[in-house]
Design a protein around this ligand. Structure first.
Ligand code: GLN
Length: 490
């Protein structure tokens, strides 16, 4: 039954419901797919025994007529989510020995609904990166390759393992997180669908913190409908996270397939950046045409502070990270490297435990928060952030959603940008604005470049209006008719 791994989550759930196959069969097929795909390095921990145990329990619940919304569906979990009794490392050496005694709210919600955990997925260390190359477990290899070439490509980051595993059909969907683009850019690089919901839609409790005012969990899946099914389970108010919104979770799947006729779509002028590949421009134009064909009205809008978004993000995010990561001192979690005294133990632990990019962020963050520079950098960045949010608010006075490219390029080669942090940071140019403003953003595959690599389009919505994104995403998905899957080489 090898084709069980090619099913969409929706079709797999239907198959489980009509007893075409059991969760144990479905899970076994995925466990085998995971084992056969170790060359991708997508999983940093495989939990086949746990998966089969959960699958068996799911089959039993279904037999008793107690099936949840995800009953029996095998998923992957980004290693940023704490999973009770299962090693959770944020792909950092400093957390390598860490086994949480608690479960993140988002994953607990998935298990409540009957999902099955296949294992933990690779990612950039502490979710800092755009290529999965900062992981203490080594990079993930994108299942996609350029046509006629074997050079290994990045799946994007930081949720590179999640995106690669979903694209390579190792799991039916995966959890991911997005602080500046880490769901959407990997989705774009792997031909998958990813949505970062409104800030506060998913609980951050039990998710290792990077930049708390920006971090949001969301799903990566193979279709818009699958993403909607997953987000519905993941979302919901949680009193354990003070920034979790006390709002009803809409029935997201019911928005997929709804007419988008009459919706007004904005195309932000400032996202036409210099040096953007012509293919991405062309795809954006196609997206506009598809939405027009579906009955939308497309207008140009202006988001004048866009050019300040990346600099503001690379102040706010490191500032929060430097504070959040202060807790890794060798005393409470994970790694400890003893020194002659307490200070030396701190120093040794942090020097050995953190990778270069994480250290760079801690240094930047500490600098911009220091007494002499706080006003000039951090406070200024917060003011820019407000302006960016105001730009969106103005635009959403005129339009219902925005359409942009997701990333300024297709997947690049492993190693290509690894030594150039600025080049790496530029990956986030179209995505960070959305985090700074706390809005929902979705990436979906819309076409391929000249090398046959997938390209993504991004939809940005009003706060709490993921529903409209699912409707528009559904319409674009139908028009784009993207059927591409990576050629299996692993
Ligand atoms: N690439 C961005 C960064 O390195 C975003 C990462 C993320 O969203 N977690 O900060």
């Amino acid at each position: 039954m090898s084709n069980l791994t090619s099913l969409t989550l929706k079709v797999a759930l239907d198959g489980l419901a009509d007893k075409s196959f059991s969760s144990v069969e479905l899970t076994q097929a995925h466990v085998e797919a995971v084992e056969a795909a170790r060359a991708l390095n997508a999983f940093v921990l495989e939990t086949p025994d746990k998966a089969l145990e959960m699958a068996k329990a799911a089959d039993e619940r279904r037999a008793r007529g107690e099936a949840g919304a995800l009953e029996g569906a095998p998923l992957g979990v980004k290693d940023l989510f704490c999973t009770e009794g299962v090693r959770s490392t944020a792909c950092s050496n400093i957390l390598k020995p860490f086994v949480p005694t608690y479960e993140s709210t988002v994953t607990a919600n998935l298990w409540r609904d009957g999902a099955v955990m296949l294992g933990k997925l690779n990612m950039d260390e502490f979710a800092m990166g755009s290529s999965n190359e900062t992981s203490a477990f080594g990079p993930v290899v994108n299942p996609w390759r350029r046509q006629g070439a074997n050079a290994p490509l990045t799946p994007g980051g930081s949720s590179g393992g999640s995106a690669a595993a979903v694209a390579a059909e190792l799991c039916l969907g995966a959890t991911a997180t997005d602080t500046g683009g880490s769901i959407r850019q990997p989705a774009a690089f792997t031909g998958t669908v990813g949505i970062k919901p409104t800030y506060g839609r998913c609980s951050r409790w039990g998710v290792v913190a990077f930049a708390s005012s920006l971090d949001q969990a969301g799903p990566i899946a193979r279709t818009v409908e699958d993403a909607a099914i997953l987000l519905k389970s993941m979302a919901g108010h949680d009193p354990k996270d003070s920034t979790s919104l006390d709002v009803e979770t809409p029935d997201f799947p019911s928005f997929v397939g709804k007419s988008v006729k009459g919706l007004r779509i904005g195309v932000p002028r400032e996202y036409r950046v210099d040096g953007m590949p012509a293919e991405i421009e062309a795809l954006w134009e196609k997206g506009i045409a598809w939405l027009k064909d579906a009955g939308c009205e497309v207008v140009e809008v202006s988001l004048p502070h866009t050019k300040y978004a990346l600099p503001a993000y690379y102040i706010v995010a490191p500032a929060e990270a430097s504070s959040n990561l202060a807790r890794y001192d060798g005393m409470r979690y994970g790694l400890r490297v003893d020194g002659a005294n307490l200070t030396e133990t701190y120093e040794n632990t942090r020097a050995e435990g953190f990778g270069t990019e994480v250290k760079r962020r801690i240094l930047i963050g500490t600098y911009v928060l220091s007494a002499g520079y706080y006003d000039a950098y951090y406070l200024k960045a917060l003011k820019v952030r407000r302006r960016i949010a105001d730009d969106f608010e103005q635009a959403f006075g005129k339009v219902d959603a925005l359409l942009t490219p997701t990333a300024p390029s297709a997947a690049f080669g492993l190693g290509e940008n690894a030594d150039d942090p600025i080049a790496m940071y530029l990956n986030d140019i179209f995505t960070v604005t959305v985090n700074l403003a706390g809005l929902p953003g979705m990436s979906l595959p819309a076409g391929v470049d000249a090398n046959g690599l997938p390209l993504g389009l991004q939809l940005i919505g009003r706060a709490l209006d993921e529903g409209t994104l699912f409707s528009l995403g559904g319409a674009l998905e139908k028009a784009a008719d993207f059927k591409g899957r990576p050629q299996r080489w692993w």
